[in-house]
Structure formats: C-alpha cells, structure tokens
Design a protein around this ligand. Structure first.
Ligand code: ACM
Length: 529
C-alpha cells in the first residue's frame, strides 16, 4: 500500500515535470510553480501584452498590473496566471515590464509573430516570483573595428529586452574608427570614421579587403534614437570612448593631441590590435579635448555612467615625450603608467561635475605600476576581462565594483565573438573553436571560494562582442546567438538553479523565436552532447 502511494506520488511528479515543459522561460525564473490547466484568452488581447514597453503597460480584461512593493527588489515581479486571468505585481514599471517579458514567453509563439486574430489561445497556469541575481546584465558591441548600423543595434536591443538584459555598452571608438558625431570636432568623423582600406570578414564572402571604408558613424540624433529605443525596453545605454589608448582614429583626425604631432597618424584598417599612438595625457589641451568629447556625450546619454576604456595602453609614446616626462617629475609619479591614473582622475573630477561616474577596463588597476590608490578614489567600476578572475578579485579587495566579462579562461568565456566551433566550413574568426555555448553558459562568474564580504562587489556580468573579425550583421548574429542568452541567464538566474541541459532544451525551443524574427544563429550547441 505504502509502495503504491509512493509510486503514485512519483508518477504525479513525472506528470508535473512534463507539464513543466509548457513554460519555457529564459532566463529561468528564481521561483516558478506550474499548475495543471490553462488560461484561455483571445489572440488579439494577448498581442497587446506582447507590445508592452516600460512606459506603456497594458491593462486588458484578463491582465491586471499593479505597481506596489513586492519584496522582490526594483526589477523583480510576481506573475500569476490562473484560469481567470493574469496578475502582475512589481515595485516599478521596469519590474512589471519584465513580468510581461516572461508572459510573452508563455504565449504560443504565433502570437508574437502572426497578425492579430480573434482566435482563442491557451497559456499555462503558473505562479512566478522572480528577481535578478545581478544588477548589471550587459552586452557590449564594438562598432569601431567594423560599423554596425542602428537597425542591427535595435534588433539586438529587442533580444536583450526579451531576455531581461539591462545595459547596452556601446564601444563607439577605437583605433579602427571613430563612430560618434562630436559637433565641436567634426574631423573625428570626417577623418576618423573612414579608412583607406579595411579588412572585411563576412558570412558570405569570408575574408577580403575593401578600399575606402566609411565614413560610418552615428549622428547625435541617431544616438538619441538608440537611447530612447533602449529606454522603452528597460535598457540603459553606456557609451564608451576608449582612452587614452585605442585612440588612433581620433589622433588621425587631430594629431596635435598625440605625443608626436609631426609623425604620421592613421586610422587602423579593421584588424584591431594594440598601438603605441596614444593621447598625450600630459598636454592640458589634449585633456581638454577628451573632456569636450565627453561633455557632448553627457548630453546624449542620460544615465549615471560613462565608460572611458583604459585598456591596452602602451606607455612608450609617453616615455619618449618631454611634456610627459615633466609631468612625471613635477608630480612625483613613480612610473609612466601612473600618468594614466592621473588622467583618469582628471576625467573623473570633470565627469563628477556633470553627475557622472566611471566605468573602466581592468588594466587601470592591474597594469604593473598602476596607481591603484588614485583609482580607488575615483570609485570606478572595473570591467574584468583579462586576466578576469584576478582582476575581479583585486577590484573586490579594493572595494571597487566589478563586472565580469572574461575573455577566455579554462572555465569559459563571455567574449561572445569567439568561434564556437573550428569545424570545416566555419567562417574565420577569433578563438580556436573551443569557446562553445556550453562553455559560456557554465562559466561561474563569482568564484565559490570568494570571501562573503567581497561578493557584493561582483555587480554583474557582460557578454562582450568585438568586431575585428566580423564585418556584417549575419556573422555578428551567428556568433553572438545564443551565447547572448547564455550570459543573460547567468546574469539573472541564481547559480544553484542554472542547468546546461535545461538551458539547452529551453533554448532549442526558443530558436523558434529566432527563426520567426529572422535572426541568424549558430546550431552546433543543439547537436553537442
Ligand atoms: C579588451 O578586450 N581590450 C577590453
């Protein structure tokens, strides 16, 4: 008798877990309970839910959205689907918007893609209490090495929102192209946004060189448009002006701010790399130039953070420059590297007057000789990419917030431009093919042995996409998808609830969305064991 009851309970468990297949949500919610049965509504009503934005939350006969404290934080929500209707509760519009993203994923896929009809459809009954693991869930796109148009950026923002990512880090400038219109310095785009020749690598033609690439850049109006589009989807846009290194495009336009104005300065040809031609941080005029640029961007990007790069900055030009040597001596700097932290502090002081704070790459604290104490004073958030583990730990020890975006370590990579496979016929690209979707998914961003008091400094994760090997949108999507979703789930779902087999299964179902919306994506991960 007891055994029979046990068998019945087990059978019930199997039935429940089978019905659990109905709710295929990414990122996996923190708590989800599924009940037997369905809510039935008309397609036209469900389509209104799917069109929600952060500023336009629908109220329809079967949907009640209430903004009220929930105990689930600013971005959390509760979502109840009963036979009578859908109830959403959240502390903010953003939390409610996320509830609606979950609801979108509970709807039959045709609702999101087909024209509205009066047909009835069913939604599984669920009770969800959800909130993100991390406050920062980012995606970075490099548009310098190759330009990606606003239409493509909006397609990616759509996916970010669907998967509850909340920061778009826009890497607007680098050696290979200056992509942001700055009114005070028009040559940044007339000269800095084009190159005589560019290495291209696209999905159809593979590798080739193109003469006269550009000028390609975003006007200020286009940047405002992207900000508004992202804002409606709960995404803050973080502009990055990478300085004082990775600055060749700017110095091709304005060589007077380099360490050797008489030398030749050129925009790089799409290859990426590290170059010695860096901003002359000892020149007050050059520092003013940097501030003027940021000043214009502060007007366009309404959020509290500006990324000022700071990665891969050789000091050789400073070592050869008299003005730099004078500043080192006058300020008793211990080495040329400390010119960089001095510059960052100047930029910090300027941005502080505008109410803005700094994001920086980890070299600002990890390069040998760096003035770490001065960096600490800036309160910057450190983006840990290489060596990511070490950098993130150091940031946390220094009580500086850190966002994890590991380029490539044994346990995985958040650089989602790297090839997931080196199979025959794969397009050429960064990486050796070992950076699979599984490796991205299973990467553990906060090491399990991290002291408890340091954990709060790990504020987020970021999927990072560099474009030196990618010149078209098809290839961009092919490499980025679905690794973007793997990082989205790592940013939202508690570590203990992550499961690669589960993600792989849910993501396989979600390829229907990608197909319906016409995204290109890799498929190896679906086949792998
Ligand atoms: C970087 O990958 N240079 C931040």
């Amino acid at each position: 008798m007891v055994n029979l009851r046990l068998i019945l309970i087990l059978l019930l468990g199997v039935v429940l877990s089978l019905s659990a297949q109905q709710a295929t949500v990414i990122p996996q919610p923190a708590s989800i309970q599924e009940m037997d049965g369905f809510l039935t509504v008309r397609q036209a009503e469900a389509q209104q839910w799917a069109q929600a934005t952060t500023t336009r939350l629908p109220q329809t006969p079967h949907l009640k959205v209430t903004i009220t404290p929930t105990g689930l934080g600013a971005e959390g929500y509760s979502l109840q689907v009963t036979r009578k209707g859908v109830q959403v509760q959240a502390a903010t519009q953003l939390g409610a918007y996320y509830a609606l993203q979950t609801l979108r994923q509970l709807l039959p896929i045709q609702v999101l893609t087909a024209v509205s009809t009066d047909k009835k459809l069913t939604i599984p009954l669920v009770c969800i209490q959800d909130q993100p693991r991390f406050q920062y869930r980012g995606f970075m796109l490099d548009v310098s090495r190759h330009f990606h148009p606003v239409t493509e950026i909006k397609r990616l923002l759509d996916l970010m929102a669907f998967y509850k990512m909340n920061r778009f880090h826009w890497h607007l400038t680098d050696d290979d192209g200056w992509r942001a219109e700055i009114k005070k310095y028009p040559k940044l785009t007339t000269v800095g946004a084009r190159s005589d020749s560019c290495r291209m690598n696209d999905m159809q033609r593979g590798l080739y060189y193109q003469k006269n690439y550009g000028p390609y850049f975003y006007t200020q109006q286009e940047m405002r448009d992207v900000v508004a589009y992202a804002q409606e989807r709960g995404i803050e846009v973080v502009p990055e002006i990478d300085m004082p290194g990775h600055f060749c495009a700017a110095l091709a336009a304005y060589p007077e701010f380099s360490c050797d104005p008489q030398a030749s300065h050129a925009v790089v040809d799409g290859h990426g790399g590290i170059y010695e031609d860096v901003l002359n941080v000892a020149s007050p005029k050059a520092v003013e130039f940097a501030k003027d640029i940021l000043n214009e961007l502060c007007e366009i990007f309404p959020y509290p953070y500006i990324h000022i790069g700071g990665d891969e900055c050789p000091t050789s030009a400073w070592e050869r420059n008299e003005q730099c040597q004078e500043v080192i001596a006058a300020n008793h700097l211990k080495n040329p590297r400390q010119l960089q932290q001095r510059f960052i502090k100047q930029i910090h002081d300027f941005l502080q007057t505008k109410g803005k704070k700094l994001y920086v790459w980890n070299e600002c604290i990890t390069e040998e000789g760096a003035d770490v104490e001065l960096m600490q004073q800036t309160g910057a958030t450190v983006f840990s990419w290489y060596p990511s583990r070490k950098a993130a730990r150091l940031a946390a020890q220094l009580k500086m917030p850190t966002v994890v975006s590991d380029i490539h370590s044994e346990d995985g990579s958040y650089y989602i431009n790297r090839r997931p496979s080196a199979a025959e016929g794969e397009p050429k690209g960064a990486g050796n093919g070992s950076d699979t979707v599984e490796k991205t998914y299973t990467y553990v961003p906060v090491p399990i042995d991290l002291p408890a008091e340091q954990q709060p400094y790990y504020i987020g994760v970021q999927a990072t996409f560099w474009s030196e090997w990618v010149s078209d949108s098809l290839f961009l999507e092919y490499l980025a998808l679905p690794k973007l979703m793997a990082v989205a789930e790592s940013g939202w779902t508690p570590e203990s609830q992550k499961s690669w087999p589960s993600f792989r299964c849910r993501m396989t179902t979600h390829t229907q969305y990608l197909d319906a919306w016409g995204y290109n994506y890799s498929k190896h991960w679906m086949l792998s064991k």
